[in-house]
Design a protein around this ligand. Structure first.
Ligand code: M6R
Length: 609
């Protein structure tokens, strides 16, 4: 989604802004722009539709000197992706970049038009620029002006404002959209994501909801929602990320698929040993809270929601804990009846997904026992606002299509199931089986990844297909859903997933020779049922691709291709069977020639609802 970078320095900062935007490219966007001021009255603004590279090329034609500036990648909400709609937006001397959505922009726009302002874009953002300009005429410092404007805005924003006549400072405001201050020596920075600033600093201050900040080269002044000056903790970033480093891989997604054994090892390290799960990191108080849990409510979006669906099978069958799972955007707008003793678990790679965060905030008034976040970003809003947190240790995930974040989420959830199960009197043998399954999983996935060439060859069959069906049963049903999401997300092939037993209730009508049907078939107690469903498809001329345990007894035949997979411990089979489906989508997308890491219309971190 949209990205922001800002800098106040003595040196020329155009290159830093551009480099920052490049590092935010993975979030998904459709236009980019920047504005730079040099203090002598000279101001340069450049905006381009398309990639940051186009903006970079434009900067080669025009010298951009100046030590203060702001830059932006835009993911269109109000108005199509055009140069005029790209940020920064200006109102005379005021320049502004903005992430989020201003819900009352239409009434503000009407009143500004009545005051004589002319609009050059269709965006909600331009309204803020004119509003700040208008308020500035009424007097006060830029910080005071922005303080007066903020109560007039309804919606979500992370924004950075520059007065081009006084480019000694930048003002930024955060409400519903993350912002971080990067601390330099004699220079300071702002960004929507620390990744943008890692080449210039590793020292960060994460702004809190409602914070306003004024940065100059030598100072950082933060004011909270109530208007009080506040100190926020400085954090040394531990994030390892090199934008240029795809290593031997062609895409981040491919790299991230292959990183899964290591990501899982890192996520398990120190948490499983001697047949037991150890989540002492949650603290003593957590055990008291968790001991009272009699119901789990999981909230998430997209891929993270699929992880929640798998976890539901585990919580109920392994720990005997009733569990419900819901998409955050639905949960937040209905009036959920909360069961007594319910723990709210949010799942998110980024920890900044607007709907998931809103659901967490809503839950605080609803009477849950507490909240626990499973997240990949320790400094995220979700982690900071939850009572408890368990981190996945997947490392930065750059590809928009989530891969290693999903499998590590599942590993954390399975450990949590064992931990809660133990508090509820789960059989020790079962905990040992879970731990064993998790410990051998990285090696099993290594083995699976060696089948890459086989899956690559299979992808050819999908090159002319427009639809696909994914089938699974039990805890493999959400894996089928995740497989379908991956395929549609990066190859743009329409794909749907069904619980295999549901086929005959409708989707069977779709089956013909043009409909590939992908089946996940581990050797478990549902195998025979699944085989019957496979026969239903075969009898109607469907093209089957069965990812099956090598001992499951499937054989290649007309209309049915078997991809025999090594044996895996049953309890971790959902994690294991995810990987071949990721590879399949990846290779289909390669054949289709899509933008694998930044698929069209999508954003990595969905910070608007
Ligand atoms: O950062 P989150 O896990 O909260 O993101 C949720 C979804 O936006 C995300 O999983 C999305 O579905 C991915 N692009 C799927 O690959």
């Amino acid at each position: 989604m949209c990205g922001i970078v800002g800098a106040v320095a003595q040196r020329d900062i155009a290159e830093i802004l551009l480099q920052g935007l490049r590092r935010l490219e993975y979030r998904g966007y459709d236009s980019a722009g920047l504005i730079v001021a040099d203090g002598s009255g000279q101001v340069n603004r450049l905006r381009q539709v398309g990639k940051v590279q186009a903006l970079f090329d434009a900067t080669q034609q025009q010298e951009l000197r100046g030590g203060t500036g702001i830059a932006h990648t835009r993911w269109a909400t109000h108005g199509e992706p055009t140069e005029k709609n790209a940020h920064p937006h200006v109102s005379d001397n005021i320049a502004l970049v903005h992430n989020g959505i201003i819900e009352n922009y239409q009434s503000l726009r009407d009143s500004l038009i009545n005051k004589g302002y002319q609009f050059s874009s269709q965006t909600d953002t331009e309204v803020i620029a004119h509003l700040i300009h208008w308020e500035q005429q009424q007097g006060g410092s830029l910080l005071e002006v922005v303080q007066r404007v903020i109560p007039q805005l309804r919606g979500a924003y992370g924004m950075v404002i520059m007065d081009c006549r006084d480019p000694e400072r930048l003002i930024a405001a955060r409400s519903g959209s993350p912002l971080v201050v990067g601390l330099g020596v004699g220079e300071n920075f702002l960004a929507s994501d620390q990744l943008a600033l890692l080449p210039v600093t590793r020292r960060f201050i994460f702004l809190e909801e409602g914070d306003l900040v004024e940065i100059t080269r030598r100072s950082v002044h933060i004011v909270d929602q109530q208007g009080n000056s506040v100190e926020r903790q400085e954090v040394e970033s531990q994030v390892q990320y090199d934008a240029g480093d795809k290593g031997i891989y062609r895409h981040y997604m491919q790299k991230e698929i292959f990183e899964q054994p290591m990501a899982l090892k890192n996520t398990l390290a120190g948490r499983v040993s001697h047949g037991a799960v150890n989540l002492d990191e949650l603290g003593l108080a957590a055990d008291q809270l968790l001991a009272n849990v009699s119901h789990i409510q999981i909230i998430a979006c997209g891929t993270s929601y699929h992880a929640g669906m798998v976890a539901r099978y585990w919580f109920e069958s392994l720990a005997g804990l009733p569990c419900d799972v819901e998409i955050a955007s639905e949960f937040r707008y209905r009036k959920p009846a909360v069961r007594p003793g319910s723990l709210l678990i949010t799942l998110s790679q980024s920890g900044e997904t607007a709907d998931t965060l809103a659901a967490l905030r809503l839950s605080k008034q609803l009477g849950y026992l507490g909240s626990l976040a499973v997240c990949n970003v320790p400094t995220s809003s979700l982690v900071r606002e939850s009572d408890l947190a368990l981190m996945t240790k997947a490392g930065a995930e750059i590809g928009v299509a989530s891969t290693k974040a999903f499998t590590t989420q599942l590993a954390v959830l399975l450990m949590l199931v064992a931990h809660l199960g133990r508090l509820k009197g789960m059989d020790q043998l079962l905990e040992q089986q879970i731990v064993h399954g998790l410990q051998v999983l990285p090696a099993r996935i290594e083995q699976m990844l060696s089948l890459e060439k086989r899956i690559e060859a299979l992808a050819e069959d999908f090159s002319d297909k427009h639809h696909a069906l994914f089938l699974g049963r039990g805890d493999q049903y959400p894996i089928a859903m995740e497989g379908a999401l991956k395929l549609k997300e990066i190859s743009y092939i329409h794909a749907e997933a069904y619980a295999a037993g549901e086929l005959k209730h409708g989707p069977l009508a779709l089956i013909d020779a043009d409909m590939p049907v992908i089946v996940v078939a581990p050797n478990n107690e549902l195998l025979e049922k699944l085989k019957s469903n496979v026969e239903e498809v075969r009898a109607r001329g469907g093209q089957l691709y069965v990812f099956a345990d090598q001992a499951a007894g499937f054989v290649d035949c007309e209309g049915m291709t078997i991809i025999a997979l090594p044996h895996v411990e049953e309890v971790v089979a959902p994690i294991f069977y995810t990987v071949p489906l990721q590879l399949l989508s990846y290779y289909v997308a390669l054949i289709k020639g899509t933008d694998v890491d930044q698929p069209r219309n999508l954003a990595k971190s969905v910070t608007v609802e």
